[in-house]
Design a protein around this ligand. Structure first.
Ligand code: BDR
Ligand code: CA
Length: 314
């Protein structure tokens, strides 16, 4: 499967790359970074670090949008660490980002592999929205798009109603959700069941390999952030779940509905809104997207653990 990744690493973004790298048949043809968990330039350094760790150091990394379309930049170092990798990022990567922007890279790759390229979007959707403005045929060129984002019937995480990736650029998200992609939204109704609990974390920590040590190291900060909020030692594997669903859609079930993003509300800006009443949508205002839910939870957590334990010991 040929994949282009758009991402803001970010602890869980880094783990999603580790997941992809452990699966057979994945050809990662490019990584674009975007503002989000950290600045887009920091995210690019982190993407390079993780790619080098898994032996994918020759995959090009392009920096993309450094701010959202219509609101000030917000980053989340308190969740992901000052370096975006739990304050254990370590040495600078060997590689450097390409001259091309993430938007140029996405458009170029989509034109190069028409109907054969899947996009995995794990951060705010600014790059994808700008790429759509540059290349309106993008929904036809890409085979499918999987987005980690949204909270259609689950509560939000960035605010009471909004999920962080959508909240960080609502205008971009609304453009992308209305564009006509074959699009799957892996939102908080699905990730609510992608929880790494204390037993899972201990099992990971007991495994001695470079990838497992890296994963345990970066997760320390993440778990320390979430523990006081939820009262137990655990964390949510947001972006890895989206990666897993791209490769194995049968890990979840789906509702197909048009989704809008609230761009105004005083308390609800950035909320993903769908008509859940089950009425037939006769207005056909925008195409439906697939909203993931009802996760094969145990199977996903097991695959994730095995992926992080992959690679040689030492
Ligand atoms: C999403 O927001 C980011 O903080 C995470 O990396 C993930 O992509 C979860 O809401
Ligand atoms: Ca992310």
């Amino acid at each position: 499967m040929r994949i282009v990744l758009d991402t803001d690493p970010g602890i869980d973004d880094a783990l999603a790359i580790l997941y992809l790298a452990a699966q057979p048949g994945v050809e990662l043809v490019g990584v674009g970074t975007v503002h989000g968990n950290v600045a887009a330039d920091t995210a690019a350094e982190n993407a390079l670090r993780v790619l080098e760790l898994v032996g994918w150091g020759d995959v090009p990394v392009a920096v993309g949008a450094r701010r959202p379309m219509a609101q000030p930049l917000r980053t989340y170092e308190h969740v992901h660490g000052d370096d975006g990798l739990g304050n254990v990022a370590g040495a600078k990567p060997k590689g450097t980002p390409t001259e091309e922007s993430a938007v140029e890279q996405l458009v170029r790759l989509a034109r190069r592999y028409p109907g054969e390229l899947d996009l995995l979007a794990l951060g705010p959707l600014t790059n994808v929205a700008v790429a759509l403005l540059v290349e309106p045929e993008l929904p036809k060129l890409l085979r499918k798009v999987v987005v980690m984002g949204g909270a259609v019937w689950a509560p939000g995480n960035a605010t009471a109603h909004a999920e962080a990736n959508i909240h960080n650029d609502p205008e971009a998200a609304d453009l992308v959700l209305g564009a006509g992609f074959d699009l799957t939204l892996v939102g908080l109704e699905a990730t609510a069941h992608a929880i790494a609990n204390a037993t899972w974390l201990d099992e990971l920590a007991a495994h001695d390999s470079p990838r497992a040590r890296f994963a345990s190291g970066v997760l320390g900060h993440y778990v320390d952030f979430y523990e006081p909020l939820v009262g137990v030692r655990q964390c949510t594997l947001y972006d890895p779940l989206a990666a897993a669903i791209l490769l194995d859609p049968e890990l979840a079930r789906y509702r197909e509905l048009p989704v809008h993003v609230e761009l105004r509300g005083t308390h609800t800006r950035g909320t993903t809104v769908a008509d859940l009443r089950g009425y037939q949508d006769t207005t056909a205002e925008r195409p439906a997207v697939k909203i993931a839910a009802e996760l094969e939870e145990a199977e996903f957590l097991d695959r994730m653990l095995r992926a992080l334990q992959a690679g040689t010991a030492g």
